[in-house]
Ligand binder design. Structure first.
Ligand SMILES: Cc1ncc(COP(=O)(O)O)c(C=O)c1O
Length: 393
């Protein structure tokens, strides 16, 4: 491997959420942070080099997005995901969540309903509610360690006030890479009922062997016309702090509405460094990405084996994508509402509490494994020790 992902890089005192916000978020400062979804690895060298050159220039005034940036996105989406997009379909937003707010704001009215598939990335429901829309949960079903969509429940919950479905593709936190059949079924139901599908594909580039990400909109022209796709270099190349995402909207009328919304919020101006990093990443970051995925696969295999051999009470939901692992802790022997406290106070490992992803996340924890293996090993060892103490009590 060309890149040294085993290297432990000290992130303390860089104002990073994951390490520096531990005390504030969890009330402890000595737990191993395995929570917020970024990586403890340096970004690809070509990204660092492009940023370095731009920093050297010394003037960081207002920026626009050059054509070369859009071309890099078009090429990436074609090369990695076999989806041909037109440059003019690309709109922009600082982050995917900012785009989601703009979409909900402009494609639904106060009191309308928005569907999400829980357990799911927790800011979805917060965003929907804060804009005065009603959240409708279409819970995923867990069968034999794998989550699937419940189409019967979805159809039963649709009425004329449902305007939007937020799809998480691939899914955070359960790690599913939705198949062509699943996406087709979902899309047909939404199109039949005039529901806009917002496909959040921010995790689409980190997919494990044996699985293939399918952009929802790539399924057919009709799907493209009824959906808005959100992608970003942020998760893929570890540049989330640069707040730069791409919103792909083939439907011209909808694109105009989205752009008007972004402009009315005055959030259309790009981050100078986000553009530089994004273009360099999409053009020159692929080799690094392949290697980081290999390393993450190694972490995942290590973790799966570790739980199976040493902590079998905790069941791993095998992710097909993302560096976030969904752990079923319901047989741990700890009351479900105490599991997060057990992990934090006894194991000293800071993970995301399952319940924040929805009611169906109670009894689960989400662990971020995008860290050097030594840190992962230490956190697993601490969980094992805490569980051993618990069992002997
Ligand atoms: C599914 C999903 N969507 C959106 C985001 C946040 O995206 P942004 O930082 O671009 O708002 C995350 C971050 O973890 C995520 O997992």
């Amino acid at each position: 491997m060309k890149y040294d992902f085993d290297q432990v890089i000290n992130r303390v005192n860089t104002a990073c959420e994951k390490w520096d916000d531990l005390q504030n978020r969890f009330g402890v400062s000595d737990a191993i942070p395995m929570w917020v979804a970024d990586m403890d690895f340096k970004s690809p060298p070509p990204v660092m080099e492009a940023l370095r050159q731009r920093v050297e220039h010394g003037i960081y005034g207002y920026t626009y997005r050059p054509d070369s940036y859009s071309e890099a996105i078009v090429d990436w989406v074609k090369r990695r995901h076999h989806w041909s997009i037109d440059r003019k379909w690309i709109a922009h937003s600082p982050g995917v969540l900012a785009a989601l707010s703009a979409i909900i704001h402009s494609f639904s009215q106060h009191g309308d309903k928005v569907i999400i598939q829980t357990p799911v990335y927790h800011p979805f429901s917060r965003t929907i509610k804060s804009l005065g829309r009603e959240v409708v949960n279409n819970p995923l079903q867990l069968e034999s360690g794998r989550y699937t969509m419940d189409f019967a429940d979805l159809e039963a919950k649709i009425d004329s006030t449902v305007k939007i479905l937020v799809l998480c593709n691939p899914h955070n936190p359960v790690g599913r890479v939705w198949t062509q059949d699943e996406l087709t079924m979902l899309g047909q139901i939404c199109i039949k009922n005039n529901i806009l599908v917002v496909s959040d594909e921010i995790h689409c580039d980190v997919v494990y062997k044996g699985h293939k990400h399918i952009p929802f909109a790539s399924i057919s022209e009709e799907f493209a016309d009824h959906s808005i796709t959100c992608i970003a270099p942020s998760k893929t190349f570890n540049v989330a702090g640069l707040q730069t995402s791409c919103i792909i909207i083939p439907n011209e009328k909808w694109r105009d509405i989205f752009n008007q919304s972004i402009n009315s919020l005055n959030i259309g101006s790009p981050n100078t460094f986000g553009i530089i990093a994004g273009e360099a990443a999409y053009r020159y970051g692929e080799e690094w990405l392949e290697q980081v995925i290999d390393y993450l696969q190694g972490n995942l295999d290590f973790l799966v084996r570790y739980f199976r051999e040493n902590i079998p009470q905790i069941k791993v939901i095998q992710p097909e994508s993302t560096y976030l692992v969904w752990l079923d802790c319901r047989e741990l022997g700890v009351a479900t509402e105490q599991i997060d406290k057990f992990m934090l106070n006894k194991a000293r490992v800071a993970m995301n509490e399952g319940y924040i992803f929805g009611e169906d996340g109670i009894g689960f924890m989400r662990m971020n494994i995008a860290c050097p293996r030594s840190i992962l090993a230490r956190s697993l060892h601490q969980i094992e020790e805490a569980v051993t103490l618990l069992c002997s009590a």
